[in-house]
Design a protein around this ligand. Sequence first.
Ligand SMILES: [Zn+2]
Length: 265
Amino acid sequence: MPELPDVQVLKAYVDATALHQRIRGVGIDADGLLEDVSRRTLGRHLRGHRLEATRRHGKHLFVSIGGDDWLRLHFGMTGALAYFKQRPAQLDHVRLRLDFANGYHLAYRNTRGFGAIGLVDDVDAFVAAAHLGPDPLADDFDLGAFRQVLAERRGPIKRVLMDQSVLAGVGNVYADEILFRAGLRPTARTERLRGGTVKRLYHALGTILRRAISARGDVDRMPRSFLLPRRRPGGECPRCGRTLRITTVSGRTTYWCPRHQRRTS
Ligand SMILES: [Zn+2]
């Protein structure tokens, strides 16, 4: 499921492939995914324009299409992008297809119905209206800013990390990874975290997200110290080799090591 590192990889993918080509044609098959825009309006804003630049906030990717307009893509559970000249045989569930004047195409695929395609004229205004918290990789997101977003939050730290209105971009998998690195129990109460623990957590957050981006979000390229490749029943802790515990925290499957995540405050 695309979380911040995966969307950052998709952003880099668009930057490396589809920018600055004139859009000659548009195919939209996304009725359930279109948010606050009709097929007709979206098509009109894309056709004849170019993808000029990309921005990411949390799990949202914004692609500038000239003037003040931005195409907004959210990848839900299964969203992905493909840039190609010859349509690959296995390419299915294409919800949006841009046909470029150079003969290439960019397809937004989404197998399951979750995700969104929208059109926004002000990215910052969209982020505010959607009540998204700060992006943890933003330049100004320092330890002070992290302390600020955690202040007045209560309840299990894992739930707080996944709450997009607190912090935009962390989901179930990376929340576990960050807590493992910080040695913090997923159910630790946010309001009881000490200053030193918040600092550890802040560093774990940045380190895990950056390393996951370096690994291109690919499970097979993740550092050996990561839980991610071991998220399966019977999976073993990369540090002590004991079987990871699987529990449910705020309704989400949670992998953790009781030996290395003893910290509760
Ligand atoms: Zn362990």
